[in-house]
Design a protein around this ligand. Sequence first.
Ligand code: GUN
Length: 280
Amino acid sequence: MTLLDGKALAAKIKEEVRQEAEKLPRRPGLAVVLVGEDPASRVYVSSKRKDCESCGFYSEEYDLLAQTPQSALLELVEGLNGREDIDGILVQLPLPGYMDEDVVIRTISPEKDVDGFHPMNAGNLLIGRESFLPCTPAGVMALLDEYHIDPAGKRAVVVGRSNIVGKPMGLLLLRRDATVTLCHSKTPNLADICREADILVSAVGRRNLVTGDMVKDGAVVVDVAMNRDEDGKLCGDVDFAAASEKAAYLTPVPGGVGPMTRAILMKNTLLAAKKRQNLC
Ligand code: GUN
């Protein structure tokens, strides 16, 4: 079994991004907005700041209190839309329950939507036009490419149908000529379907959802989830020890998909900066 080393590839991508950013007339700028106190989100946001530093980007972080009215968030985003020095805007999800995520995402200018969540970018992905790609699924594709795993003609099974991961993951695999099955909480016989997968991607957020018997011999298994076990240790959806007996390729958690998501965010921000400076 070969480990899909996302940490190593992410470091390589970020170094390439840093070198390219250095050549731009103006350095790329990313604004990250966090609403409320979710501790996991806080960790993600601070790691994005570090990524910006290591890529030589300008970054701004906005910490809004949990009770901030939605109108104030929308005003902030509109202000960032108009800023010359800000190329990418990321509003950390999930937002507090009283906010309408859809309205907030639509307010982000599609040209600065480095998450690829705006309906304009999501729609362009659907119809196969150029767009900002959501960072996690794009990171998974980069990882497959790095290990010369060609999805064409393969049976790909994606577990999870979120707008952030599952749906765009399915579309990206389809674009590369995989035969894609999207599974979710209402799918009967999940184990049987997973067992057919040449490429199995799990993005649910439930520890041990994917057991060893659900993995076909020689499969590529990608674990997108970030869960914690009873000792507080990070783990994914896949029973790693059992899956490693069957899979040909497997992502570790941590050190698999997580660092790739962050690296693609830097790549998307560089792309936004280049487009906004008419360099591509
Ligand atoms: N929450 C979990 N993943 C993501 C992501 O990729 N982008 C944003 N904005 N929020 C998230």
